[in-house]
Design a protein around this ligand. Structure first.
Ligand code: SAM
Length: 282
């Protein structure tokens, strides 16, 4: 029987044994709270044999929880120093495969050629948004993404129109998935303790988008323009986004939206109406 890695003394012992100094630059904050690991595993609703992609296994803390739950885990770690550690800490789990690589550069479909898989990760916070957006935009065959992120990022992902947290990330995440904040995690659950609070968020990927758009490219172009300068009115944002005065009048009229409103007040359906009207112009 293997000791549970998600404990402070075990983690410190592993780090000391391998002479590892944790890298701030790589976002290394390792979990030392077994309840949090159990909570993440539960949020992923795993059944034995489920394929799981883990980003940044570190010293194998969460990987161990996933492996114990019977998942077939592919874990991608950038820090070469940790490969020897993982070989040791995860020895005996034949349902785990560790790969050295950068999650933003690696050809994921080559590493995990499953019909469907889940993504589970305690993300390195310096690249949270690019990682989440990559998985969603590349339309990888994922059904669920369960990730630890900064609490503030989790709040942006689930935000509704009208609040300060609502932005392009909210729209994109909600277009592709149904996000839910599962639970909050305090700094003391990690070493070293990060400066911010964290949250575990579960994004269940939608089989169909929640709204009909004629062109996804246009939809995201409108969203980007609307949030590029939050203080601008919608009409001014569309102007900055490339429409002339007449076109703006036409688009807003067809969409039935008042150009004096601001992007941060618009729902996904309203962004879609503008994008569809814009597509119709051409
Ligand atoms: N999973 C471990 C845990 O829960 O304790 C470690 C999580 S730690 C927050 C993030 C991990 O991601 C670190 O091990 C770090 O080296 C790794 N990492 C950082 N950037 C990465 C990248 N671009 N691709 C893959 N892994 C990365």
């Amino acid at each position: 029987i293997k000791p549970c890695i998600a404990q402070k003394d075990v983690t410190l012992h592993i780090l000391k044994t391998f002479g590892i100094h944790m890298s701030k630059r790589l976002g290394q904050n390792f979990l030392i709270d077994s309840n949090v690991v159990a909570g993440i595993v539960a949020a992923a609703k795993l059944t034995p044999g489920d394929a799981v992609l883990e980003i940044g296994p570190g010293i194998g803390t969460l990987t161990q929880g996933l492996a114990e739950a019977g998942a077939a885990v592919t874990a991608i770690e950038l820090d070469r120093r940790l490969l020897d550690v993982l070989a040791k800490t995860l020895a005996g789990y034949d349902n785990v495969k560790v790969i050295h690589g950068d999650i933003l550069k690696i050809d994921i479909s080559r590493e995990i050629n499953q019909e469907k898989y889940k993504v589970v990760a305690n993300l390195p916070y310096y690249i949270t948004t690019p990682i989440i957006m990559k998985f969603l935009e590349d339309r990888l065959p994922i059904d669920i993404l369960v990730t630890m992120v900064q609490k503030e990022v989790a709040e942006r992902m689930v935000a509704v129109p009208g609040g300060k947290d609502y932005g392009a990330l909210s729209v994109a995440v909600q277009y592709y998935t149904q996000p839910e904040i599962m639970f909050l995690v305090p700094p003391r659950s990690f070493i070293p303790a990060p400066a911010v609070e964290s949250a575990v968020i579960r994004c269940t990927v939608r089989s169909e988008p929640p709204i009909q758009v004629a062109s996804e490219k246009m939809f995201f172009r409108v969203v980007k323009a609307a949030f590029a300068q939050r203080r601008k009115t919608l009409a001014n944002s569309l102007k900055a986004g490339g429409l002339d005065k007449d076109e703006i009048i036409q688009v807003l009229e067809q969409a039935g939206i008042d150009g004096r409103r601001r992007g941060e007040q618009l729902s996904l359906a309203e962004f879609a109406a503008i994008a569809n009207a814009w597509t119709n112009l051409k």
